[in-house]
Design a protein around this ligand. Sequence first.
Ligand code: NAP
Ligand code: 3JN
Length: 344
Amino acid sequence: MKTYKVAIVGATGAVGREMLRCIFQFHFPYESIKLLASSRSKGKEIEYEGHKFIVEELTEGSFAGIDVAFWSAGGSVSAKYMEYAVKAGCINIDNTSHFRMDPNVPLVVPEVNAYALKNHKGIIANPNCTTIQMVSALNRLDEYFDIERIIVSTYQAVSGAGVAGMEELYRQSQEVLDGKEPVAKTLPCASDKKHYPIAFNCIPQVDVFNLDNRYTKEEMKMVNETKKIFNKDIKVNATCVRVPVLRGHSESVYIETKKPIDLDKAFELLSHSHGVELYDDIENQVYPMVNLFIGDELVHVGRVRKDLDNDHALSMWVVADQLMKGAAYNSVDIGLKMIEMGLL
Ligand code: NAP
Ligand code: 3JN
C-alpha cells in the first residue's frame, strides 16, 4: 500500500492533537508525520502511544516533500502559508473558514458530497463543525423528503474556542465554586470587545457579529456552507449559543420538507445513514448527550418527532464531538476518501 508524508499545521491545538490521534486510530497510511505550529511551540515534544514527535515552526519551506497536510491553525495562517504548500505539490485539507466559500475549493463531508473532491485544485475545505454534524444527520432525509427549510439552534462546547476556551471554563468554574467573581478573558470571542463568563451561563454569541443582518459569523457559516454542500438553495435559519460544556456540540434541528413526513421512513433512513447513529428510545429515556460520545467519530441523532401542526416538518436532536466529526475526523476521513477515489 502507498504511504504518505503527512504534515499537521496547528498540531499543538485542540483540533491538531485530535488529528494526530485520528491518523493513528483510523489507519491513515503515513510514511512520516511532521508536526507544525507557531514559533512558541518550536522544539516542544508531543507523544502519542509511544511515538514521539518534535514540533517544528511553520515556515514557507515547511512543505517540501510533504504529500498531504491537515490544517487547523486558524484562517490567517491558512491565508498566509497555503500557497507555499500548494506550490510544493502538497494536497491540503483545511479546517479553517478561509477557503470554504471559494468556488474553486470543494467543501466536503465525505458521506454527503464526496463527489465534489474530484474538482480539487490542491485545497479541500472542511466545513464548520456545526454544519458538518447537521448536514451529516440530514443527508438521507434530504434525499428522500427534499428539505426546503432548516431552523437550527446550537449548544456549542467551549473547546470550539480551542485550548483557551477549555481553560476558561475550568478556571471560571473553580472561581465560582470558590465564591469569587469569574474573570472572562476569551469568550464569547477572543477578538471581540467584550468578554462574558461562560461558567454557569449560556452566551448567545459564537464568533463576531455580522452587523448587516444581525446574525453572527458562525450562524452565517451554517447558512452558506449548508447551501454549498447540499448544492441547492435550501433556507437555513441558525442561532448559535455557547454553553458551559467542555467538549461536544448539540443541535436542535427542525426541518420543513417538500414531501410529507412519514415518521417510520424517517427512522429507517436515519438508522441506515452512513456515519450517523440513531440513538432514540424514549420509553427508556435514551437520547444523545455530549458526555456519552467524547472522542467518538459519529453523529448521534435522537428525539426524532413530527411537528404537531405541519405534516411536512420534523424535529430532532443532533450531537457530535466537534473536535472529531466536526474537525479532525472529518479531515482525516476526507484524506482516506481521496485515497479510495485515487485522488491522493
Ligand atoms: P487552538 O487550540 O487555539 O490551536 C491553534 C493552533 O494553531 C495551535 O497549534 C497554534 O500553535 C497554531 N498557530 C497559531 N498561530 C500560528 C502561526 N502563526 N503559525 C503556526 N501555527 C499557529 O485552536 P483549535 O481549536 O485547535 O482551532 C484551530 C482552528 O481550527 C480554528 O481557528 C478553526 O479555524 C479550526 N476549527 C476549530 C474547531 C473547533 O471545534 N475547535 C472546529 C472546526 C474548525 P501554538 O500552540 O504554537 O500557538
Ligand atoms: O466555536 C466553535 O464552536 C467552532 C469554531 C470554529 C472556528 C473557530 C475559530 C476560527 C472557526 C471555523 O471553523 O469556522 C474559525 C475559522 O476558521 O473561521
